[in-house]
Design a protein around this ligand. Structure first.
Ligand code: GDP
Ligand code: IMO
Ligand code: MG
Length: 423
């Protein structure tokens, strides 16, 4: 069997968690391949709401195997808090959540370094989630990281060396901090982590594929936050794109099957960095209010704007998207007209190709489509879609050249419409 990939095509928070949960019954194994607790994936069903950070979103539908892959950076303390909260609500995962020995650990000093680097950048700060993601991946790439598998071999020495290195950097930055309490809790959490199956996940996943088991890989963040292809330097520190799934799980490009690209019917971004279609007016406020656009991890207000097809086409290209999933359509239910950016005006020229750098001089070129002015939140089938909504879907499919397979009309698992259209 193949690994199907589901990942975000915008700046994160597209609704990945909800759809992974919806698709889970079709799969045997659900995996995360990159990112860490900077992610916040929200799932709602039976009047319950869960926010997952490091744990894959395939834990609620049947007793499926869930795997945290080698490409993930894991904070044992945040992981413990997440897993314990789930156990308390009746979802004990110790038997069916596996963790790659090659995943890197986020140390307490990584969090401090994250804050120190942000402080040093002043107005140019990235607006990170403050979870130590950048410093943990930096250590991985510079070959100084501490891995989950190190818990089983000479951990103390490796931890002490990494910590001493971080302390020297923090001293050079004159950054004052106190992690005594945090560190004690973090070290305690390592024992909790050891209760889980710490595995050679690349072997296990490839065995599953040989045994004809189906695997779904759940992306975190989004394509425009990718370290190579996102709006650098305002990005995260991992490859969020489809190719990251191969390195983040240890599967060959030939094992990738369907590539689900998920996007909001409009667009949001949290943190700093360019956002050509951002709205600073009442419409932007309306999108934020109706869409409850506040970060699930940091609570920060998300910046809101119209859909950006220049950026989306780029994301479709980089990932090789085979099926599209459109989220939060209901947020646009009340709008008279809906805008979609089809080009950027820059230096007197109209660009339809996502440029090297998005600067402040870019002006979006919009087409305007009629709104559907219909409450779609109770709809069950595409037969009920208003004409104007069908026109919006057809317009997007023509622009993006990929079919929209699923439409989401509310946060609940049940508010999901699978369309008849195949490939
Ligand atoms: P993720 O990080 O991609 O998993 O997305 P988040 O969970 O951070 O953000 C998506 C937010 O939108 C969550 O609060 C979801 O509950 C909510 N949501 C998901 N799909 C829909 C939808 O179709 N309509 C509405 N109104 N909310 C949705
Ligand atoms: P999910 O998986 C939205 C953003 C941060 C910041 C930048 C770098 O829920 O979609 P980092 O802490 O990764 O170094 O921050 O990336 N960011 C996200 N934005 N959703 C996310 O995850 C994000 N994870 C990181 O706001 O701009
Ligand atoms: Mg999120």
């Amino acid at each position: 069997m193949k690994v199907d990939v589901l990942l975000g095509l915008q700046w994160g928070d597209e609704g990945k968690g909800k759809i992974v949960d919806v698709l889970t019954p079709e799969y045997d194994v659900i995996t995360r391949f990159q990112g860490g607790p900077n992610a916040g994936h929200t799932l709602e069903f039976n009047d319950q709401k869960y926010i997952l950070r490091s744990i894959p979103s395939g834990i609620f539908q049947g007793e499926k195997i869930n795997i945290i892959g080698n490409g993930v950076v894991l904070d044992p303390l945040l992981f413990k808090q997440e897993a314990e909260a789930l156990a308390t609500s009746g979802h004990d995962l110790t038997e069916r959540l596996y963790i790659s020995k090659k995943a890197h650990l986020i140390l307490p000093t990584h969090r401090v370094l994250d804050a120190a680097y942000e402080a040093a950048k002043g107005d140019g700060k990235i607006g990170t989630t403050g979870k130590g993601i950048g410093p943990a991946y930096t250590d991985k790439i510079s070959r100084n990281g501490v891995r989950v598998g190190d818990l089983l071999h000479n951990f103390e020495a490796k931890y002490a060396a990494a910590k001493a290195r971080h302390e020297a950097i923090l001293q050079s930055l004159n950054y004052t901090y106190d992690i005594t309490g945090l560190e004690a809790e973090w070290l305690e959490a390592l024992e909790y982590l050891k209760r889980f199956n710490l595995i050679d996940s690349e072997h296990v996943i490839n065995e599953y594929l040989k045994e004809e088991k189906s695997v779904l890989a759940e992306g975190a963040q989004g394509t425009l936050l990718d370290i190579d292809f996102g709006s650098y330097p305002f990005v995260t520190s991992s490859n969020t794109v489809c190719a990251g799934c191969c390195t983040g799980l240890g599967v060959s490009p030939r094992s990738i099957g369907d590539m689900y690209g998920i996007f909001k019917a409009y667009c949001t971004r949290v943190g700093s960095g360019p956002f050509p279609t951002e709205l600073f007016d009442e419409t932007g406020d309306e999108l934020c209010r109706i869409g409850h656009e506040y970060g699930s991890v940091t609570g920060r207000k998300r910046r809101c704007g119209w859909i950006d097809l220049v950026a989306l086409k780029y994301a479709v290209m980089i990932n090789g998207v085979t099926q599209l999933i459109m989220m939060k359509s209901d947020v646009l239910d009340g709008f008279d007209t809906i805008k979609a950016c089809v080009a950027y005006r820059m230096d007197g020229q109209e660009l339809t190709q996502f440029p090297y750098e998005i600067n402040d001089t870019i002006e979006p070129v919009y087409v305007e489509l009629p709104g559907w002015k219909t409450d779609m939140t109770h709809m069950q089938s595409e037969d009920e879609f208003p004409e104007e909504f069908n026109a919006y879907l057809a317009f997007l499919e023509e622009e993006l050249e990929v079919p929209i397979k699923i439409v989401s009309v509310g946060p609940d698992r049940a508010q999901t419409i699978v369309r008849y259209t195949e490939d």
